[in-house]
Design a protein around this ligand. Structure first.
Ligand SMILES: [Zn+2]
Ligand SMILES: [Zn+2]
Length: 378
């Protein structure tokens, strides 16, 4: 109910905004929104903070589209607000855990979220987000899941920070008792961090951000479990327009059943095994996976660029496209495990494992990220 009330207020606010087409008034509106978002952060309403930052980002994108003089500034704001929206969106789970440690939490999801957040907090920490709470949650979940080395690391990092008294005892006990555990992380967890482009097992924490340590391809996360999705972003070769790309992919080539047979039943604990034998070894048949190779040892990221013929070889069901409005560019993603069903929200372009998304939409009647109602047409 609270959520609905909030939403209708904001919708009213936005319809009021859209009555003013002058960029000057829209800028005022952005200022008001920034203040309201700031309040949500100060009051620890991180769920709202995430949502408001998302709204702000879209408002900036609108201004950037309409007003050329402000385009550069507004697109930078768009990027920054999109990033902050996600940080607050995930942080609410950590806050809920540290406030109510005995209520039910999914250890794997919390573990993934803590790592995602820490990978993104290496430069600066946005107001309200607590590194102590994140490391504390990470230490606890790592221990639970057998990532003992990571748990030790989290406890060591905590010792360097100012710890609130309510955590002191738990952290002291935890950092003592973790010493009786093996000094390594569970093999399953390490193998679960495989890069879909180059098959490198990645470390559980990476101060370079959410990218592969070897090929530097960005990881694409599910916006609910924060597992890495089997997707690789690709770009169009010079001169290919979005419309052309779309029509080439839409020609619907017959799809080989190779991947299907192997990637079948990708649920729960089967995932590790299936990722290994169903993963990246059908390079010969697939012109796209051939494009994924790159010069080893180079320090710069080499994006996957595809030609018309590679686009023609793709099946529509393996491709996800974030159709950003202008002046942004569309973003293309190719699934490497076609039987892992992925759903992308048509409004915020966040991606989810389909079964997670369906469950979340049932619970909230809207997208958990941007709150787009499910009955709204695309
Ligand atoms: Zn890689
Ligand atoms: Zn959404």
């Amino acid at each position: 109910m609270l959520l609905k009330t909030h939403r209708s207020n904001w919708l009213l606010f936005f319809s009021y905004l859209s009555a003013f087409h002058k960029a000057g008034r829209q800028n005022e509106a952005v200022k008001v929104l920034e203040q309201l978002t700031h309040n949500a952060v100060v009051e620890n309403r991180f769920n709202d903070a995430g949502y408001y930052y998302w709204m702000l980002s879209m408002q900036c994108l609108d201004i950037g589209r309409e007003c050329e003089e402000q385009r550069k500034e507004m697109l930078e704001k768009f990027e920054r607000f999109q990033h902050l929206a996600e940080l607050y969106y995930v942080y609410r789970s950590i806050q809920r855990y540290t406030d109510e440690p005995f209520s039910s939490h999914m250890p794997e999801t919390l573990f993934n979220i803590c790592r995602f957040l820490l990978n993104n907090l290496t430069k600066d920490v946005p107001p309200g987000i607590s590194k102590v709470n994140t490391l504390f949650a990470l230490a606890k979940q790592s221990r639970k899941l057998g990532a003992y080395k990571l748990a030790r690391y989290a406890y060591e990092k905590l010792q360097e920070l100012h710890i609130p008294s309510r955590f002191l005892e738990s952290i002291e006990l935890g950092s003592l008792s973790i010493r009786s555990k093996p000094f390594h992380d569970s093999e399953d967890l390490i193998e679960g961090m495989m890069c879909y482009r180059c098959s490198t097992n990645n470390p559980l924490l990476n101060n370079q951000g959410s990218v592969c340590i070897n090929c530097r391809q960005s990881f694409i996360y599910s916006a609910s479990s924060y597992e890495v999705l089997p997707l690789v972003q690709f770009y169009l070769e010079e001169g290919i327009s979005d419309e052309e790309a779309l029509s080439l992919i839409d020609l619907e080539v017959p799809h080989t059943d190779e991947g299907n047979a192997r990637g079948h039943n990708m649920v729960g604990n089967d995932m590790q095994a299936l990722r290994i034998d169903g993963g990246l070894d059908y390079t010969e048949e697939d012109p796209f996976t051939a494009k994924m190779s790159f010069e080893q040892g180079g320090s710069t990221f080499v994006p996957v660029k595809v030609s018309c013929s590679v686009l023609r070889s793709m099946s529509r069901r393996d491709v996800l496209i974030k159709r950003w409005p202008k002046p942004l560019k569309w973003e293309y993603f190719r699934s490497l495990l076609p039987d892992v069903s992925i759903t992308m929200c048509p409004s915020c372009f966040k991606m989810f494992h389909s079964e997670d998304y369906e469950l979340l939409v049932l619970q909230h009647s809207c997208c958990p990220y941007c709150r787009r109602p499910i009955d709204e047409p695309n």
